[in-house]
Design a protein around this ligand. Structure first.
Ligand code: AMP
Ligand code: MN
Ligand code: MN
Ligand code: MN
Length: 278
């Protein structure tokens, strides 16, 4: 059975490893098919493809697009995209555009909570200043001694109702699926178990996603607890969605799941890669 990992992040977004270091890690972990899916950004694809090619790892160009749906942030992964497609490139540039101002607002809230210097502090962790995000703030808060780990930070800061949470309007569902499809890719709902939707809302998201031409959903992901694999496997089956598998790896220090380390997809699902020439 192929070891397929279709979700991870490099330092071009909020991961800690470069695209080529990720390719080497994919190889070392015996990943056969690997996608880089940086947040709202395609700048790592060329390096990742070249490094994967040199190592004999089959590479899939990907992206994870931030959208706002029903007032909440949702992530849509695009797989097999042409990273030079102008609609996708321009769309992502517009999504990235709001991140700096949001970062300043996050820093202002943290300052009001007694933690000064967060904008500059987070920027030091953002190798790509256009992609400043909450993970970089979390790393700064660990460095500042506010909490011991990034995941502890996300329990008390940077989330709804806590200091450093700034509501943000990302792309729309319709835009994200359109950009991905224009660029020849396949759209996948990322880590459905992470959203605070009830069954009706999740059903409505899936219906709208399908009517727009979205095709897949993540079932086995590092962002799900193992007991959620079966739950989202049945949701994929019930809705006729292709199933995806990806670690959502962000770095050796922070991530629950390493590249290629998760269980295979449950039996009976149609993998999102079922018709790829692998
Ligand atoms: P942003 O796009 O700036 O809102 O940042 C979102 C990123 O924050 C996600 O992609 C994760 O990498 C990280 N994140 C969000 N919630 C958590 C959490 N509970 N634990 C660790 N990382 C998180
Ligand atoms: Mn992330
Ligand atoms: Mn995500
Ligand atoms: Mn991700």
């Amino acid at each position: 059975m192929l070891n397929v990992d279709l979700h991870c992040h490099s330092n071009v977004s909020d991961g800690t490893l470069s695209p080529s270091a990720l390719a080497a890690r994919a190889r070392a972990n015996e990943v056969d098919v690997w996608a880089l899916t940086d947040h709202d950004e395609l700048g790592g694809i060329a390096e990742a493809r070249e490094a994967a090619g040199d190592l004999g790892v089959r590479f899939i160009a990907g992206v994870e697009i931030s959208i706002t749906w029903a007032g909440k942030t949702v992530h849509i992964v695009g797989l097999g995209i042409d990273e030079n497609h102008p609609d996708l490139r321009e769309g992502l540039a517009s999504v990235r555009g709001g991140r700096e101002a949001r970062g300043r607002d996050i820093a202002a809230q943290l300052a009001a909570a007694g933690i000064p210097g967060a904008f500059e502090g987070a920027m030091k962790f953002a190798d790509n200043p256009e992609l400043l995000g909450r993970t970089h703030f979390a790393r700064f808060l660990v460095e500042a001694g506010v909490r011991n780990t990034v995941s502890e930070v996300f329990q008390s800061y940077l989330i709804e109702g806590k200091p450093g949470f700034v509501p943000h309007r990302w792309a729309t569902l319709e835009q994200s699926v359109r950009w991905i499809r224009s660029a020849g890719g396949r759209a996948v709902i990322a880590h459905p178990g992470r959203y605070s939707f009830d069954d009706m809302q999740l059903g409505a998201l899936i219906d709208q996603f399908r009517s727009l031409g979205g095709e897949g959903i993540e079932v086995v992901t590092g962002s799900h607890a193992p007991h959620q694999y079966a739950e989202y496997a049945s949701l994929a089956l019930k809705n006729g969605l292709l199933a995806s598998r990806g670690s959502d790896f962000h770095g050796p220090e922070e991530s629950r799941a390493d590249l290629g380390s998760l269980p295979h997809l449950p039996a009976g699902l149609t993998p999102v890669w079922h018709d790829w020439a692998l």
